[in-house]
Write a protein that binds this ligand. Structure first.
Ligand code: UDP
Ligand code: MG
Length: 135
């Protein structure tokens, strides 16, 4: 297999709870290599752009408020089958439905405050990596 890249974001709930290191350790144990990483606080405009696909959903304004409420840590992760593999490592969107041992099962508070983002397709990974780190 060939290495693939995907985007993860440690979300503001996990950053506020001092879980950056625990989540990075989990990702590294699952075989991901960190290729790029920074800490930043999203503006409302940038958060609305990042989640534009969800603009019509009832949770959109609350999600944008959460994502702009504190610092987050976007990163580029590399591994074989990185996009699908990271979705497996993080677990389902709702932590109550996430498999035992997944990052969201371990660290998420709620369906909104769910600790980590992961790109959902190779095309979106390309877009999201560019969004934070340029082409
Ligand atoms: N979200 C929410 N309520 C919902 C569904 C999603 O607050 O009912 C939030 C949650 O933070 C989620 C993000 O919106 O991670 C994006 O939703 P998506 O369906 O893309 O889930 P993901 O790809 O993050 O698992
Ligand atoms: Mg998604």
């Amino acid at each position: 297999m060939t290495a693939e890249q995907t985007l993860a974001i440690i979300k503001p709930d996990a950053v506020a709870k001092n879980l950056i290191g625990a989540i990075l350790a989990h990702l590294e144990a699952d075989g991901f290599v960190v290729r790029e990483m920074r800490m930043l606080r999203l503006t409302t405009e940038r958060a609305r752009d990042f989640y534009a696909v969800h603009a019509e959903r009832p949770f959109f304004d609350s999600l944008v408020g959460f994502m702009t409420g504190g610092a987050c840590v976007p990163m580029v992760l590399e591994r074989d089958d990185a996009v699908a593999g990271l979705r497996q490592s993080i677990g389902a969107t709702d932590p109550d439905e996430a498999e035992e041992g997944t990052i969201r099962r371990l660290y998420a508070e709620s369906v909104e405050r769910n600790a980590i983002h992961a790109s959902d397709s190779p095309n979106n990974a390309t877009r999201e990596i560019e969004f934070f780190f340029g082409a």
